[in-house]
Design a protein around this ligand. Sequence first.
Ligand SMILES: [Zn+2]
Ligand SMILES: [Zn+2]
Length: 308
Amino acid sequence: MAIWFNDNIGFNGDDISVSNDHRPGNGVAGMNGAFTGSSDYRPDRPERYSRKVFVGGLPPDIDEEEITASFRRFGPVVVDWPHKAESKSYFPPKGYCFLLFQDEMSVQNLIESCLSEDSKIYWCVTSPTMKDKPVQIRPWSLSDSDFVMDDSQTLDPRRTIFVGGVPRPLRAYELAVIIDRLYGGVCYAGIDTDPELKYPKGAGRVAFSNQKSYIAAISARFVQLQLGDIDKRVEVKPYVLDDQLCDECGGERCNQKFAPFFCANVTCLQYYCEQCWATIHSRAGREFHKPLIKEGADRPRAVPFRWC
Ligand SMILES: [Zn+2]
Ligand SMILES: [Zn+2]
């Protein structure tokens, strides 16, 4: 199961229902009445969001301290933005930042306190030149990390693609719909999240119910993800597992070690030990195949911050 589902995502009826909550463009405000303003404090409320939250449309002169001051009431928080450590700037350079909350409950409280408009949510911040400017708050809902499109199918890792460079707001449901429109036969899509904050890392996986769709997808190598505002060309590869035995010798020629190589060429599409790789790829027409190695292993990213 670990391959398929991100931590803490249950695989029950709620999470796989397609009908209402996962429509593209529905926005977080449409989900489960999250923003209807119930203020009941329930310490046992289940975890629903990443502790990392995107904030867009910041005033250009707002600095890290002023951002922190605007959100501190929700709990211990750290302000971050890409390349912050190297930039030595106190101002988010592109008008957006991320809030890293210590507790997930802070995110729920922030969301409940936000103003909602056109299925977007806003919170007001104050900088030296702008008072109470609404900025967009974009939380990541954990239920958007996995989506089962066809639960009659068993998920076959050998019919699964890895999709790199996925735009961060893209939800599993949307990835499934886009890929299904292109190749058909999608039964599952997942967005890879980091184990620490459970925020999208910019990659995903899509499993197909049939070999034809899978081969069509990996043969294309690139796909254009188009949906709403999103329009991005991304790379597609077979999803490579690190616990497979060599398909040629079943581990006989390599002491039952897991196969280090996968050949993504459609004439092979197999896992190989070193010896079998060499044997098979000395055959005419296969000399130019290149082994595919597993994509970036999931390791928790240390968060080098102090909570303030
Ligand atoms: Zn072998
Ligand atoms: Zn090959």
